[in-house]
Design a protein around this ligand. Sequence first.
Ligand code: PBG
Length: 335
Amino acid sequence: MVRDQVNHAVLGLRRLRGSPHIRSLTREVRLSVDQFIQPLFVVEGISQPELIPGLTAVKRETPHSLLAQIESDLDRGVSKFLLFGVPAKKGERDFDFSFTANQLRAIKNKFGDRVFLSVDVCLCSQTVHGQCGVLSPEHDCVENAASVDELVRAACEYAKAGADCVAPSDMMDGRIGAIRQALDHHGYEKTLLMSYSAKFHSRFYGPFRVAADSAPKGQSALKDRATYQIDPARPSDALECSLRDAEEGADILMVKPGMPYLDVLQDLSRGIPKPWAVYEVSGEYAAIEIMAREGLINREAAHIEAWTAFVRAGAEIIISYGAREARTWIERNLP
Ligand code: PBG
């Protein structure tokens, strides 16, 4: 009896793979351009858009070219964005957030509610040393409280400039609660808060740090971000951070990077009933681009496969450098 069932199943399983029609009917995971957020870089003091090694279609934009890029993205069905502002002036504390705020204002003035505008809240593009927070006087550690004060100021300024969503990526303790409280206090109750809650200390951020001019530099004893980002070998830290950030008022939680952390995404998204975003980070995106350039992989199909894995593991939202290609690639590769 058991044997009969097994034989029957073995024979039957290939029937459901037999044609594009039956494959598209039986898919359990579906992709749509609606799920995507496109990251954007805008850089102060450059006169032309600049290519970013590994990221192909994504550029370091000027304030002017940024608006044209968004116009073209809207034509491609992408209306959700995550802005990274890269100001020219670097400092140690008392940062000036006006460059990024001005870009948010310009985008909202031009596009209004046609776009959903999120903004990265961090200090690494503005610090002389490239760390994500304010350093102690001895330059030997990132000070939590002083960093949170600066991040709260940035978040409020960005909300005032019209950001629909602020997204802190710094990994300081307590910043979600502090930002939520300050936003509410200043009348920005509607501004969403997306926490990079499960952000790991990853080597896959390489191309981004070129784009955002944010690699840790020599001036401090800290060589990397290991004292504040999550250790890849400690998934329970990601769980604790995500539970805490949900409790402190995050509306959306995130796992970052994506592909090397699918197990974390699956566990956390099943366990914590919040919308989950996944960040397909620069290095994992570039890995596919570079393999495709070498003729080792089918570019579009490989990206679709990675995105499918994110949704299968529980993500509702995909932040990807390929968002602006999503509609075309999905149509062409998932008929
Ligand atoms: C800033 C920040 C980083 C990324 C997003 N926000 C880099 C880092 O923490 O070093 C990475 C994004 C990517 O690699 O695509 N703190």
